[in-house]
Each structure stands twice: as structure tokens, then as C-alpha cells.
Design a protein around this ligand. Sequence first.
Ligand code: F6R
Length: 595
Amino acid sequence: MCGIIGYNGTAQATPFLLDGLKKLEYRGYDSAGIAVSDTDGIKTEKRKGKIDALASAVRKRNDMTGTIGIGHTRWATHGAATNSNAHPHKSGKFTIVHNGIIENHKELKEKYLRLCRFDSDTDTETVAHLINRHYSGNCLEAIAQTARLLEGSFALAILCEDEPNTIFCAKKSSPLLIGVGDEASVASDISAISRKSDSLYRMDDGEIAAIHKNKVEFYDFELNEKAKSASPFTAGNNTSEKGEYEHFMLKEIFEQPEAVRKTVEAYIGADKAELLQQIKKPTGIYIVACGSAYHAGLIGRICIEKLTKTPTSVETASEFRYSDPLIDENTSVIIISQSGETADSLAALRLAKSKGAKTIAIVNVPESSIALESDFAIYTKAGAEIAVATTKAYSAQLAALYALSIHFARIWQTADSKLLNTLEQSLEQLHENIREALCLEKQMKEIAQHMQNTQHTYFIGRGIGFAVAAEASLKLKEISYIHSEAYAAGELKHGTISLIEKGTKVFAVCTPDTPEAKIQSNIDEVAARGANVIAFTSSPNIKANTTVISTTASHPLFSASTQVIPFQLLAYYTAKLRGCDIDKPRNLAKSVTVE
Ligand code: F6R
């Protein structure tokens, strides 16, 4: 969701910026732009639509030269996706790009900028005009004065005609990383940082940076200079190619055995629990996350409660943060996030910390805000996930939650150690079970053939099956645009069953944790009303219009990990047949850094 890139070196900036924007593309965007500074001033080009459209406009101009520049991918929040709303925005000598939302932009406009002419509907343009208004020859001062006025979230990269060798940045709540080495670069995430960097700086909230060609200076918003240490930059995690696969999503689906194996390997075993020894048994646990990570949390709750006998609730971060949750120092809060930058999840983490709770992050990006700000971080080892729809990170989150439940149960002595040993052994085989589940690919391709013209579907399940149904339904709708709902199978008859008519497709997720007779009777209820039921089960006893015999995990507690696989494949092949933009579904962003 909105990506910032900047370059300050000795090579031409334009190719670097366009390449960087491509790397940030996966975050989600609907327009893009760059600005490059040269002896004859700052030149800007921006375009609605894909980066290719921007690149071809830049090529046609032939004048976007210069060794310093900034770029942006925009995911529209204030104002439609148009050329004029695309970033960069200009005011006077300043050209800026922005990630985040300026919540008080209307008040600021009213108070300071009544006479200004605005060329866009964006909140960002307010920032450009404010900086310009505060400018009297000192860029840092103008930026600091402006930053102090802004409410909301912002990562800003700024060029000024009077200081043609410097990129200025300011940050509050939206991520910004700076790489320094033979050349300097700045980006919203590490994938776009120059590989020629030796050191990596992560900007903190309330900081301004002045990025020169080979060094960077940091200040707070009062312009006190700050000493800041860098971490070594390793390009290792940076390469993301599709290889033989047509889409990142399919590649990532097939990377799941490895993602799970690595996550389990990193965290399973009594010696690995050391980190958690400090966490005393809490009176209650909250699991907080968004989207698929929330769905992983639903399964986490089942495991944690079963093994630790601790009341656990799962909340979507956007609701949790405003719900005045009952948290104190005896509560533990687990935040799950692939990106580690999801604005609502980050706010939930900060809220939990402010109330004294112990916070544990399950996170895929080690340099992310959530990873760095939590008391304990458990890293999922999924590697870079590029497709917007998560698959391997979700599976790795499940593996981390299983390992965490087992650790807690050991430390708090809430489960029989024989059971815990058995669970650990099963967990070590989980990647193999997932590999077997991937063999359903051909069958899912066939079922997808019948999905092409479907308008509505339902996914039903009980217990773990319901949590899987929620994820399966989200996966299908987000990439194929087929309307889909997940329902607790026993709940349908309280209203939703009235929507079932002849031919309605219902996917029944039958997991071994609930009695077969119960889910069978729910299948029969919808089948009796004409539904075409496709059941996914490892039991030959379940009867439906179609029954897919699916692999199950070697322990029923982990069955979500295998049951979800065919649904990811189904979503993928259905979306493919419908000609959808699988890796970048419309309106979605990989990293949701605004509220
Ligand atoms: C769906 C999906 C999203 C994310 C959600 C949270 O396929 O990927 O629902 O799970 O936006 O993102 P993270 O995990 O980065 O906090």
C-alpha cells in the first residue's frame, strides 16, 4: 500500500527508481510517479495505472536525467486514481512523495493554505504546500515545522531545488528504510533498497533524515541531531523471482512445505523455548491480527486453549484497537502479521504495550515495526511473500502458533508431556503432510472448471474446519472476485440457509476435531435445499455431491495446515480461468499501512 523509493548516487536515478517501483508493486497501487533532479531543476512524471505506463511516458520525454530522485506507487485513499492525484506533488521549490494519511489535512488547509491553488484532491498536497509556506531558505526547518503540525501517519521523501544533492525524509507511523554504501537509497521496504548498500537504517517515528550521496544525518522534529546506529545490509532476502511458475501465488503455494519446515525447525524443541521462559502464565490471552493472519489466529486460539487451558480470544486489530480491551500486566497479547507493518495491528500492539501486557509478535519480516516493537518476536520463515494473497506466510503462522502453544504448555505445565512430545513429532512431519496435500492440484484444477460462472459460494465447517472455511472463502473471493461467505456449519439454519437454492455451491470443510455426524447433518441440510455440496474430508464416511478425500496432518490439532491447501489451489485456478490479476488483485495492497 503506497510505496516510496529514492535514490542518491552517481548513476542515473531514473532506471533505479523505475526498477524500485516494480519491486514495491506487490504492495498494491493504482498510479505511480517519479521526480528526478538535475542541473536544470526537478522533473516529474506520473501516471495512473501500471508502472509500465509510467516507464513509457518517461522514455518518451527523454529528459528525466539526474543522479538523485524519488518515486512513488499510490494506492488511492484521498481522491481517485488519476494522473493529477498521483505523486510526486509539487509546491514552490519542493517536490514530495508520501505514504500514509494526514488526518488533519482539512484543518491545516483551512488554517494555513486558504490562498493556495491545489492541483489534486490528495491530503499529500497539503504537506507540500505547508513545507513551501514554512520555507525561508532552510529545508530542514521547513520540514520540521510542517512535521510538527501533521496528525496521522506519514513517510515523506522530499526534494528541494535549492539543495539538489539531498533527499529529505520524515517519518511517523509509516515505514521507511535507508540504505547507505556506494550510493544511498530510501524505500518503504527492504526489497527496493540498493544492493550496493553496506548499512541499513530504519527510521523511527518522529525522525527527519537528510540523505546525502554516501551518508545520512538524522534529526528529531525539534531538529536536534540524533546519533543512530545502522545494521549491516544483506541483500540475501531480496531476490524474488517467479522462476518456472506463471504467478508468485502458485510458486508460494508450492513453497509451503519449506516455509513450514523452516519455521518448525527454528522453534520446536525444549531448548528453543528459553526466550519464552519469562512469560508467566497469563490470566488471559488476546490474539490480534487482520485478514488471513486473523484466520490463523482462530486456529491458534483452539491450540492455545486446548494445551494451556488459558482463556484466549481472537480479535481483528481494527476492532480491538478501539474496543477498550480488558488488558493488564497479567494479559499476553499475540500479534500476527506477515508484513509487520499493518497499521491496525501495529496500533493494537502499541495499545497492548501501553496497558502493560506482554506482547508477542508472530511476524515474517524481521526488520518490521511489529517485530521490533514487540517484547518477543517469533519469526515465520516463509521468506519474501510477493503475491498479495497470502499462502506460505499464513501456513508458517499456523506452524509458529502450534510451536508457541506447545512451548507455553511445557513452561506452564498445563499439558501432559507425553502428549507434547507426540505433538512435536507430528509437527516435525507437517511439511511432508502439506507436500502430500499439494498433490490435489489436478483435482482442484478440475473443480475450478465448474467455478468459472459461479456468482455465490459458501464455505462451511465446524471447529478447526470453520477457521479453514474462513480462510478458504477469503482466498477465493479476493483473487477470483466470486462472492463467497464462510459460515459455522451449525449456524446456517439461523438465517443464511434461506440463500441456498438449487445449484448453490457449498464447500464443506470436514476436519477431524468435530464429530462426523454433526457436519454430515449440516451437509444434508443444505443438500436438501438443492445445494451442490463439495466436501473435503479425510474420512470415507462423509457423503456429499462430490467428496474430495484430502490428506490430513499426522495430528488432528494441526489439520488446518493440510486442509487449507486444496482451497488455495482452487482459488488460484478459478481466478486464472476467470482471467483475474492473480498476484495483484484489484483494490488490494500487500502491506496495509493505513488505517
Ligand atoms: C489475504 C491477506 C490479507 C493479510 C492482511 C494482514 O490473503 O493476505 O488478509 O493477511 O492484510 O496482513 P499482515 O499479515 O501483513 O498483517
